[in-house]
Design a protein around this ligand. Structure first.
Ligand code: HEC
Length: 117
C-alpha cells in the first residue's frame, strides 16, 4: 500500500515537471529574440500582434516575409539567414501557440520576465 502511494506521488511530481518544461519552446523564443526582437519587441509580444491564421499566412505564403521586409535590410537579412530557415517551422509553431487569441500568458523565467517590450 505504501508503495502505491509513493509511486503515485512520484508520477504526479514527474508529470508536473514535464508540463512546466513544455510551456513554450525556448529554442524558438531565443531564435526570435536574436533575429526579430530588435524591431518587433519580445517574442511573446511579437506573437500577440496577429492571430494564428495570419501567422500561417505570412509564413506559408512563398516570398511573403521577404516582400514585407524588402525595404528593411536588417529585417531581410534575418529572414534570409540560415538560422531562420532552419528554425522556420518551430518559429511558426511558437508564434501560433502564443498568438493573439491563444490566451497564452507567460510568467517570469530566465528568458522573459513579464514585460512585453
Ligand atoms: C530591421 C527590422 C526588422 C526585423 C529584424 C524583423 N522585422 Fe518583421 N517587420 C519589420 C517592419 C518595419 C514591418 C512592417 C512592414 C509593413 O508594415 O509594411 C515588419 C512586418 C512583419 C510581419 C507582418 C505582420 C506585422 O506584424 O506587421 C511579420 C509576420 C514579420 N515582420 C515577421 C518577422 C520575423 C519572423 C522576424 C525575425 C525572423 C522579423 N520580422 C524581423 C521590421 C523587421
Amino acid at each position: 500500500m505504501k508503495n502505491i502511494i509513493a509511486i503515485s506521488f512520484l508520477i504526479a511530481t514527474v508529470s508536473s515537471f514535464s508540463t512546466a518544461a513544455e510551456k513554450y519552446d525556448t529554442t524558438a523564443f531565443r531564435t526570435a529574440t536574436k533575429l526579430c526582437t530588435s524591431c518587433h519587441g519580445t517574442a511573446f509580444y511579437q506573437a500577440k500582434q496577429i492571430d494564428d491564421d495570419d501567422w500561417e499566412f505570412y509564413f506559408d505564403t512563398p516570398g511573403k516575409l521577404e516582400k514585407i521586409h524588402k525595404n528593411d535590410p536588417k529585417g531581410l537579412k534575418a529572414i534570409n539567414s540560415s538560422l531562420f530557415k532552419k528554425r522556420k517551422k518551430r518559429l511558426l509553431k511558437f508564434f501560433i501557440a502564443n498568438s493573439k487569441y491563444s490566451g497564452a500568458v507567460n510568467g517570469c523565467d530566465a528568458n522573459f520576465c513579464g514585460t512585453n517590450h
